[in-house]
Design a protein around this ligand. Sequence first.
Ligand code: GMT
Length: 374
Amino acid sequence: MKKIGITCYPTVGGSGVIATELGILLAEQGHEIHFITSSVPFRLDRVYPSIYYHEVEMSHYPVFQYPPYDLALATKMAEVIDREELDILHVHYALPHAICAILARDMAERDVKIVTTLHGTDITVLGIDNTFNRMIKYGIEKSDAVTAVSQDLVAQTREMIHTEKDIHVIYNFVNEADYHKKDLNLIKEQYGIHPDEKVVIHISNFRKVKRLGDIVQTFKQIKDHVNAKLLLVGDGPEYSNTFNLVTKLGLEKDVLFLGKQNNISDLLSIADLNLLMSEKESFGLVLLEAMACEVPCIGTKVGGIPEVILHDETGYLVELGDTETAANYAIRLLRDEELHHIFAKNSFEHVRKYFHSSIILKQYMELYHNVLGQ
Ligand code: GMT
C-alpha cells in the first residue's frame, strides 16, 4: 500500500476529472489517497474510506496585494507529506503545482517523490511566455517523473521548453461505469427534440481555443441537409459571442444552450455526433467520453486529437477551420444509419482497447514503482 498525494485544479475540467478518477482507482487498489486542493474535487461525490481531502486555506493579510495561493499550497503539501508520510506527490500541471511540490519537498522532512502530469495548457499557452517558460522547465526537470497526455504534447513540450527530460505518454481514460450508452430517449423528448431528429453535441469550457464559431457554422451547414438539433453544453468566455452568432444565423430554435451540466454521459446517450473543432487540444477528453457512449466524433487535426479519433473508422478529422468538410462528413454519417452504427461500435471498441481505465491505471502504477525504485 502506498500513500499518494494528488494536487489538481478541482473544478470542472478534464485534468481535474483525470486526477480525481485516478485517485479513486488507486484507492480501490488499496492505496491511501490524499487530495491537496483548494476545494473538494467535483467528482468526489461520495465517501471513499481511504481517500482524504486536505483543503488549502488562504489567509487574507492586508500586506499581500494578491493572496499567495501557491505558497499556501506548498505549505499544505509539506505538512501533508510529513504528517501522512506520503510516498508520492502526483501533481497535475507543471505550473504552479509542480513548482509548489518542489518547494514542499524541500521544506518537508521526508523524501517524497514528485510525479508531474502535463495536460496541455501549461505548455501550449504558458510555455510561450518567457517568464513562465523557465519556471515550467524547472518544474519538469526537478520532478522525479513526468507524464503527458499525448505524443503531441511531448513533442510540443520538447519544442517549447527545450528539455531532454524523459516524458512518458500516459493517455487519458474514462470511468466506464459512468460512460456508456444508456437508453434515455425520454430526455430527448423532454428537450422537445423529435425522435427522428439527429442530435449534434459540443461540450467544452467555451474558451476561445474551442472555436465555438466553427461549431455553429458546421451545424448550420448540417442543418441545411439533415433535420437536427445542436446541444451546446458548458459555459465560459465565448458564451455571449456564440449566442449572438446563433441569433444572427437564425438558429435559435435549433441550438440549445444547456450551460454547465454534471450528467454528461446522459446527454451523450441521446447524441448522434460530437464536434470538437479546437485550435489547441492536447488530448480532448470529451472525445473519449463521447466514444465510450458510442458517439462518433468529428475533430480538427490539432494537438492530440488525431491520437484519439481514427479517421474514417471512429469519426473524421478535418483541417482547423474547415467547417465545410466537417459538415459534409457529418451529413454523410447522420444520413447513413449503417455507417453510423459501424462508427459507433468502432468508437466504443477503440476506447476499450486503447484507453481502458485498467490499462491506464497499470501504466501509472508502473511509473510509481519505478520512481520509488521498487
Ligand atoms: O480544455 C481545457 O481548457 C481544460 C484543460 C484542463 O485542465 O482540463 O484541458 C486540458 O487537459 C485535458 C485533460 O488532459 C485535455 O483533454 C485537454 O485537451 C487539455 N486542453 C487543452 O490542451 C486546450
